[in-house]
Design a binder for this molecule. Structure first.
Ligand code: GDP
Length: 297
């Protein structure tokens, strides 16, 4: 299934009425906006964002004040496209690691969001770009977490650090990062523990790890299928650690995706990748404009 296929179909359906209509007036614009907004809401995009998108488009497309002869169709199409891009793009340049120095990237997210999978995907991504990348497992909460990371890392030939005996996640983080720093690694990915809910201990632990290893970037992993709840999750994580970028996972399935997309606005952090499957190469660089173009088909 294509990412957000249903949403894209509805929006381009609404836009099609621009080419078939004989008169382009306020009434037509309102009808189009109504359908666009209904489609976004049905995809779990946050209601406040949808309202402001509608208001912005109305402000940009001032039909009464447009000079005769201007292409109203194009102006409406462009305004809608631009606002959809703004929805997924906070206009912040995402962190990019530099070769030749250690770049510590810490992952946070709820259990099951796809954090551990995405850590390996990211390390693999940078490895292919010629970075020396390594993984640190600090999850001492979930039984089997280290084994999972170890398995993924071994398969991808990525060096890893973890322990079956050390139970202090902060110590693990420090030891792992220290080891890979002194071994001259460029990208050191620190996987952290998740919980089913936003629990106080989880947030305390995240804060301590972040303070200890001073990450160059914190990546929040959000499950593309969680709907409206994404907004509150994203805010809670952002209030605890300096979230720098977002990865939205499981965008290959029937994810409505709008909820996770709304989280961009909640954190002000850019989406950097989307996860499109369970395999190591299923990680797509996210570009707002091509994402929206692709969605609209
Ligand atoms: P964690 O608890 O956050 O570390 O989550 P895991 O990395 O263990 O992932 C939970 C499940 O989601 C696993 O079965 C993964 O294979 C799956 N998963 C992760 N990312 C994706 C994705 O982009 N697409 C799909 N279809 N599954 C994913």
């Amino acid at each position: 299934a294509m990412v957000l296929a249903e949403l894209g179909k509805r929006i381009s359906g609404a836009l099609r009425s621009l080419t078939t209509a004989t008169v382009i007036d306020e009434q037509l614009l309102d009808n189009i906006l109504k359908e666009v907004c209904a489609a976004l809401l049905a995809s779990d995009v946050n209601v406040r964002l949808v309202q402001s998108l509608r208001k912005n488009i109305k402000k940009i497309v001032n039909l009464e004040e447009l000079a005769a002869g201007v292409n109203k169709r194009r102006i409406i199409q462009k305004a809608i496209f631009d606002e959809l891009c703004r929805l997924v793009d906070p206009g912040v340049e995402p962190f990019k690691p530099t070769k030749g120095r250690p770049n510590v990237i810490m992952f946070v997210g709820l259990q099951g969001s796809g954090k551990t999978t995405t850590c390996t995907k990211l390390a693999h991504y940078y490895q292919r770009k010629g970075f020396r990348a390594a993984l640190v497992c600090t999850d001492t909460f979930r039984a089997g977490a280290f084994d999972q990371l170890k398995q993924n890392a071994t398969k991808a030939k990525i060096p890893y650090y973890g322990s079956y005996t050390e139970s202090d996640p902060v110590q693990l983080a420090l030891d792992g990062v220290e080891r890979f720093k002194s071994d001259g690694f460029d990208v050191i990915v620190v996987d952290t523990s998740g919980r089913h809910r936003q629990e106080t201990e989880l947030f305390a632990e995240m804060k301590q790890i972040s303070a200890a290893v001073q990450p160059d970037n914190v990546i929040l992993v959000l499950d593309g299928t969680i709907g409206q709840a994404a907004d509150a999750h994203a805010r809670a994580f952002r209030d605890t650690v300096p979230v720098g970028s977002i990865v939205i996972t499981k965008m290959d399935g029937h994810a409505k995706g709008g909820g996770a997309i709304s989280a961009v606005a909640a954190t002000g952090s850019p989406i950097v990748f989307i996860g499109t499957g369970e395999h190591i190469q299923d990680l797509d660089v996210f570009k707002a404009q091509s994402f929206v173009s692709k969605m609209l088909g």
